[in-house]
Structures are given as C-alpha cells and as structure tokens.
Ligand binder design. Structure first.
Ligand code: NAP
Ligand code: MG
Length: 398
C-alpha cells in the first residue's frame, strides 16, 4: 500500500520521560508505516532545552506560528529536584507557559468517551469540553499580608499622571489583600478562540462568570464576549445551527451537572483550572482527555493533558514492563494530523486520523487496555496489556 502523503510539515515537539518513550513507539508502530510523515522536529526534552538555554522552546513556538499546526509531547517543568538530576544551568520555565505566551491562546480539553468506563455523573453521555482562558487573574496577581491598623487602597495612575484611588479596606486587625488584572486584548482573543472552536466542532458554547458580584471585572468579560459575538459571529452561529449563551457561574454549574454533555463550557482562568480537573475526574482519567491550544489567529497546538508519567519511566529504566496509557498522546497526533489534512485539503490524512482514533476506542471497548483503565473498566472480559502491546493491539485493528 502506498503511504499517505503530506503537503505541509507538522511542527513536532518531543518531550520527556515515559511520554518520550511512548512518542517514539507511536511513530514507529502507528504512524510511519502508513504516513510519509513530514515534520519539523524540535527536541523539547529537558537536556536539549538546557543545552540551548531554552531557545528551542521559543523556536518551536515560532515554527508553530509559521506552519499553523503542532503536536507536543509532555515535558518536565523543572523544580529543585530536577536541578541535580539533569545537571541544569537554570530552573527553566514551563514550556507550556512559554508557548502559550507566544501563541496567545485558549486551551480546550475534552474527555475521550469509551464504553465500559462510566462517568461518575451517569447522564454525561457526550463530552463536555472546557475552554480555559490561560492568561491573568489570580495567576498574575500581586498580594500581601497587611499588619493591623492599615489602610489599603488601589491606585491607578494614567498616562497624564492623574491618580484614581479607591479604598480596599481599613484594617483594624491584620489581614491580606490581592490585586489582579486582565486586558481587553487577551479577553477578546479568548472570546474569538472560543467562538472559532465552537464553529469548528459544531457545538454550543456556554460562558459563565460572577458578574453579579464583580460588576466591573467579570462584567467586562461578559460585555466583550457579547460585543464580539454580535459583531462577528451571530450570523455564522445561526447558519451552523449552534448557540452561544451567557449565564451566571452558579447557574452554569447546576446546568452542567444536570446536562447530557455535548457542548463547550468557557471558563475564566481559575474556574477553568478547577472545573477541568472536576470534569476530567468525573469522566474517568486525564489519560483519556484531548487537549488543544487554539490561538485567535487560528494556530493549533495538540498535546496530552497529563504529565511525563515519571514513576512509570523509572520502572522502564530498570527494565520493567510498564502499562502506561498512550491514548492522550496518540489523540494529540491524530488531532494534529486531521487538522493538517483539513488545512491542506488532503482528505486521506483526515480519514487516517479518524480510523486510528476508531481503532483505539475499539481496542479498549473490546477489553484490551492499560492498567489505569483496567482499574476503572466494568467490562467482564477485560485484559491488561503493557505499553507496547497496547499499541500493537491498535495496529492490528487499524
Ligand atoms: P503525571 O505525569 O500526569 O503523573 C501523575 C500520575 O498519574 C502518574 O504517576 C500515574 O499514576 C498517573 N498517570 C498520568 N498519566 C498517565 C498515563 N498516561 N497512563 C497511566 N497513568 C498515568 O504528573 P506528575 O507526576 O505530577 O508530573 C510528572 C512530570 O510531568 C513533572 O515533571 C511535570 O512538570 C510534568 N508535567 C507536564 C505536563 C505537560 O507537559 N503538559 C503536564 C503536567 C505535568 P501511577 O504512578 O499511580 O500509575
Ligand atoms: Mg488544576
């Protein structure tokens, strides 16, 4: 059989530990035999980031802007323990943070649903996609402890030097304060990313904040979404038969729990952080989630939502067989290949991605799975396989 041809290269960002091992296995067993893979390779593994003073991460993000589609392996964000382990020059920043800052995007995470793994909320028969704003709020805050008998104010100095002051609180006893911000530009790009993704996937989109309490801050988010929707998206949404609506976060939570899924839930940064963990856990596991960063100008970076599965890697290094779930990493590849196929108008590539995903789901639904899913599955004839066997089982069905 002739291999499927690609027109434009994918940006390939390799990573660390167990996911780096899985990365190579996926290419060897499931991609290279069928696709004449064109990729521009960037090694984001920690040793090479250290060697290049992290320049390789910046180069990979710039290449993503140029080509439009990237696939990224999980990477180590170094902490103190990694300094001697990898003999690091510096405690390099999170590659995901660096890439997000360059691409300016929103992260979309959706569960991969398979029969035999029942969500904790049984009505959730379709995926709920969380769209998380990845800039500002409490993640870029300024905070302090204040001593007793303090007056705390918020001061804004404009370009002419005029000051606007408001009292936060007059403290009798000791306490704490916090200042945070967001920008119209970032909120606008968040809104456009969400609306584009909804059109792309033909799903309704819900957005919720606490604007009844936060009448300026959260209200600004609500207004920007509404303005952009009315001006740029309303007609496209009506033509696609999908809906945008805004509601209060309390109401959204109640509706989400009672829903059957099948929509996108746009969340401010903190809400998205917390709610995506809740949604992932309720559906089963982080290894069964897709994750994609979408920039406002239509650049896509696909990744797994989990980390480098460090403990499994140490077992692997000792020569022991591991049973690590490769589904999220594999779906990062299929997501990127499908998007490349859509942009290049190469339907064979999209079709291949669809078949590879279907073969993966069929493998698990026929009872063949890795250890993490084996613990969750309620299938009777289930069988636990190791990391590499699982990929060969998919290949046999593909
Ligand atoms: P992790 O790699 O997600 O692993 C946490 C635990 O979850 C694992 O020990 C394993 O449990 C289970 N697990 C996660 N993914 C799994 C999979 N695919 N198959 C089977 N089990 C899986 O998180 P971490 O241990 O907190 O972080 C490890 C490294 O990953 C850190 O250096 C961190 O910086 C990095 N990280 C990277 C990203 C990213 O690049 N996107 C995200 C998060 C963390 P058991 O050991 O009990 O089997
Ligand atoms: Mg979290």
């Amino acid at each position: 059989m002739a291999k499927i041809q690609m027109k434009t290269p994918l940006v390939e960002m390799d990573g660390d530990e167990m996911t780096r091992i899985i990365w190579q296995m996926i290419k060897d067993i499931l991609i290279n035999p069928y696709v004449d893979l064109k990729s521009e390779y960037y090694d984001l593994g920690l040793p090479y980031r250290n060697e290049t003073d992290d320049q390789v991460t910046i180069d990979a993000a710039e290449a993503t802007k140029k080509y439009g589609v990237a696939v990224k392996c999980a990477t180590i964000t170094p902490n103190a323990a990694r300094m001697p382990e990898y003999n690091l020059k510096e405690m390099w920043k999170s590659p995901n943070g660096t890439i997000r800052a360059i691409l300016d995007g929103t992260v979309f995470r959706a569960p991969i649903i398979v029969k035999g793994i029942t969500p904790y909320i049984p009505t959730w028969t379709k995926p709920i996609t969380i769209a998380r704003h990845a800039y500002g709020d409490v993640y870029k805050n300024t905070e302090m402890q204040v001593p007793a008998n303090s007056k705390c104010e918020i001061v804004c100095t404009d370009a002419e030097g005029n000051e606007t002051r408001q009292t936060i609180h007059n403290f009798d006893g000791a306490g704490v304060i916090q200042g945070m911000h967001n920008t119209d530009k970032s909120i606008s790009s968040f809104a456009r990313s969400c609306f584009n993704y909804a059109l792309d996937t033909k799903q309704d989109i819900w957005f919720a904040t606490k604007d009844t309490i936060s009448k300026k801050y959260d209200h600004r988010f609500k207004d920007i979404f509404a303005e952009i929707y009315e001006a740029e998206y309303k007609e496209k949404f009506e033509a696609a038969g999908i809906e945008y609506f805004y509601t209060l976060i309390d109401d959204a939570v109640a509706r989400v729990v009672r829903s059957e899924g099948g929509y996108i839930w746009a969340c401010k940064n903190y809400d998205g952080d917390v709610m995506s963990d809740m949604v992932a856990t309720a559906y089963g596991s982080l290894a069964m989630m897709t994750s994609v960063l979408v920039s406002p100008d239509g650049v896509y970076e696909y990744e797994a939502a989990h980390g480098t599965v460090q403990r499994h890697y140490y077992k692997h290094l000792k020569g022991e067989a591991t049973s690590t779930n490769s589904v999220a990493t594999l779906f990062a590849w299929t997501g990127a290949l499908r998007k490349r196929g859509e942009l290049d108008e190469t339907p064979e590539l999209c079709d291949f991605a669809d078949r590879l995903e279907a073969a993966t789901i069929r493998t698990i639904e026929e009872g063949v799975m890795t250890g993490d899913l084996y613990l969750l599955s309620n299938l009777e004839n289930k069988k636990k396989v190791n990391t590499e066997e699982f990929l060969h089982e998919i290949a046999a069905r593909l």
